[in-house]
Design a protein around this ligand. Sequence first.
Ligand SMILES: *Cc1c(COP(=O)(O)O)cnc(C)c1O
Length: 401
Amino acid sequence: MSFLSTHQRLAISQVCQQSQTPFYLYDLDKLESHLTKLTAQNVVKLWYAVKANPLSHIIKTLDNCGFDFDVASSGELNQVLAQGISANRVLNTGPAKSKKQIQHFLESGVRTFVAESINQVHWLNQAATAHQVQLRVLLRIQLRWPNSDKNPLGGDSLTPFGLGPEDWAQLDISNYPALDFAGLHIFQWGNMLSCKKLAELWQAMIKPLQQVSEQLGFRLRILDLGGGLGIPYDHHENPLTWSNLIDALDNIKLSVGCDELWMELGRYAVGEVGFYINPVIEQKQNYGSNQLIVAGGINHILRPAVTNQAFPAELLRESQAPVQDYSVHGPLCTALDSLGTFSLATDINEADWLIFAQCGAYGFTESMPYFLCHELPAEYILKQGEITCVRESAAASEYLR
Ligand SMILES: *Cc1c(COP(=O)(O)O)cnc(C)c1O
């Protein structure tokens, strides 16, 4: 069975008739109905993690559906502001906040920050004092458990995101009068597909988080649980049920006793509405294995190389031919450029297109577009049934200097 609706298939076929290069398509109608469902509750305030997909039309759709915006760079901030969104609806997270960047954010009117280090707290207070403003600050906590099977996170690797409770304990909040310490931020899991597991994870964090806020001497008014809600990339996996998540979050909110629960969603907000459409170059048989070479690879869609997880794929054309497994490879001269193994019709050929689904998040802007000087992919949107090109494909001559 196809993952495409009839309407999506028609729109894609229309572009393929005129184009010979890979492109992305985002179904904004589907995005709007998905987001409307997510915001129809009063348990958790939702921010959109812009890094998942910073395309202007995606941001505007999130804006229309009631999301605010989590940005991690001046570039992302400018892109959000350029869509007419007010800076008081922006939250700044991220491990690298230079004094220069903080200055830019304050000048732009951003007043809500997640601080990930003692220096960040210090620099935010300095800049806020200079601007004569008060900032709302959440401290980002990184928890670790002793290595045992009780560790709710599975692994126990150290990251640069936030600080451990003992490192935060050195902070004397009375030294930062321009900062309102409103709460804590924690996010150290990703692409989770089990509501039960997420609920257990969140539950296990409550006590250590409460201890941090008590020790530092502020009330935990806001708890930000980051992102990490998954989408199925494999047909054996099932999607999360939003109403179950909301019930779990409601329980967490009650147990913590906080006024507000926040999340910044990336993948779960936009992942399922994007497709990457890729011309087939040829198939060949190599040491008894079927290989399919396609025009675009990890230069356009890097994620399979960094996660070792393929996006689902199918042939655009309907074929009556029997199927067999093909390993699909992009155009880069590196063995890393592999997009997965798929069961495809044996008559697949150079006139065909492969469609990859679940590509709305961590697609093009996460990739490595310049390597080997291929063209950049175009981007199309499907909105109120109409397909529109919002970014043309660009040849290497347009970006090389
Ligand atoms: C990337 C990121 C998110 C979004 O994560 P998803 O798993 O895509 O929902 C949320 N919060 C922060 C701080 C992030 O860096």
